[in-house]
Design a protein around this ligand. Sequence first.
Ligand code: AMP
Length: 467
Amino acid sequence: MSFDALGLIPELVTVVSKQGYDTPSPIQAQAIPVILKGQDVMAAAQTGTGKTAGFALPLLQRLSTGKKAGSNQARSLILAPTRELAAQVGESIKTYAQHTSLRTTVVYGGVKINPQMQRLRSGTDILVATPGRLLDLVNSNAISFKELEILVLDEADRMLDMGFIHDISSIMELLPKRRQTLMFSATFSPNIRHLGTNLLRKPVEISVNKHNETATTVEQWICPVDKKEKPELFLHLLDEHDWDQVLVFCLTKKGTDRLVGFLKDQNVKASAIHGDKPQSARTRALADFKAGKIRVLVATDVAARGIDIDQLPQVINFDLPIVVADYIHRIGRTGRAGASGIAISLVSADEFKLLTDIEHLIGRELKRKFIDGFEPNHNLPQSSMVRKIKKPKKPKVKGQRKTTRDGSAQSSSRGRPNTRVNSKKKVSKKKAVRGKNNTRGKRKVTALSSRKKQTAAAKHKKPRKYD
Ligand code: AMP
C-alpha cells in the first residue's frame, strides 16, 4: 500500500517520501482514511509505530482547506504530556507541513510565556501544547478555541499517569462540542476507555498492538546484579559492546546525576535529563545526544515519552520503573518503526517486586544473563514462583466484604473514572514505593503461600519422603 492510496494530497505524499517512508505503518494505514473522513478515533498504538504521522498527516490535510485562524485562535489542538514530546510532535508537524501554508505553534512550560503569547497573537492552525502551560495561556487571554476543529490527545495514558486529568477536564470545557477528537494511547486501559467515553463521539477503535505487548523487534534481557555494582556493570557493558550511544533510565533525579558524575569521572561523555534541570539544559542535552556529541544520555521517566532518536539500538534500565507501564514506554525508545533494538535491565534483589510486576504485565519472564564478575551476592528469585503462589483463588465466603485489589474491578461502565483514575494511580504508586512495607499485600501473599505449602506438602512432599 502507498500513502497515495490512503487518499493523501500530493503535498503530503511528497513530504513523506522525502522522509524515506515507503509504506504506511499499520497505524497509519488504519487511522489516516478514518481521520480524513472526519470521524473520531480512539487508537492504541505503541510508541515508535509511526502514530505521530498517523494523526498529523490527515489533520494537516483537513486543515489545508478552510478559513485561516483568527487572532488568538487555534484551529486544532494537540495535547501532549511532556515538554519533550510536545517539542518533538511540533517538529514532526512542521516537517510534514512544509509544502502547505499551515502554521504550527508549540507551547510548553519551563520557558518564558511572553514569546509564546506573542506568537499566538496572529492565530495558529496547529497548536501543540502541554496542559499546564496551555491553561496559563488561556488565563492570560492569549488563546481561545472558538474556531477549534480538531483535538488530539497524544499519549493519553501518560497524561492520566502524570495527574493531568483535572487540567484536561478544564481544557475540555473551553472547547466547542462540535469537533473531531482523536485519542492516542499506548494501551486501552479501563481508565482510558472511560476518558474516551467522555470525550469521543462514536469513535472508530484502532489497535495495532496487543494489550501491553512490547515491541517485538526489541530483544530484552535482565542482568541480575547487586545494587552497588550497577555503575561498574554498566561501564563494563558499555565497553564490552562498544555501544556508540545509549539511553539509560534511572529512577530518581539524584540517581541520574550520580550516574552521570560517575561516567564523567571515567571519561565517558554523558548528560542528564530530568525534571529539576532547566528546560534549556534538557533541550541542550537531548540535542547533543541526537547530534552524537554525547555517548550516554541518562534520564528519568520524564524523558521516556518524548525521545525519538534515529538508530538508537540500545536502552538500559539502570533502575526498574515504579510505574510498570513505563517499562514498555522506556524500551519503546529503541526498535522504533520496525528497527531492531536491545533493552537491558540491571536488576538488584530489592527490585524483585518491580520485576515481577513487569513480567506479569508483559506476560512472560525476561531472559536472564549473568555477567562474569558481577554475579550478585543477593539472590534475585524467579517471578514464576510468585505467579504460582498467586494462582489459587480463595473461594468466596457468603457475606464476606468485597475488596478490590486493582483498578480493573472499578472499571465497570457505571464508575466515575476521571477523578478516580488519578487517585488510583497515586495509590498504586505509593504502594510500589512502600515496597516491603506494604503489609497488606505481604500478608496476603504469605497467607496464600503457607496455604499452598500445606497443600503441596499434603499432596506430594510427604509421600516422597518415604520413597
Ligand atoms: P512515532 O511512533 O510517531 O514516534 O514514530 C516513530 C518513528 O517512525 C519516527 O522516527 C518516524 O520518523 C518514523 N516513521 C513514521 N512513519 C514511518 C513510516 N511509514 N515508515 C518508516 N518510518 C516511519
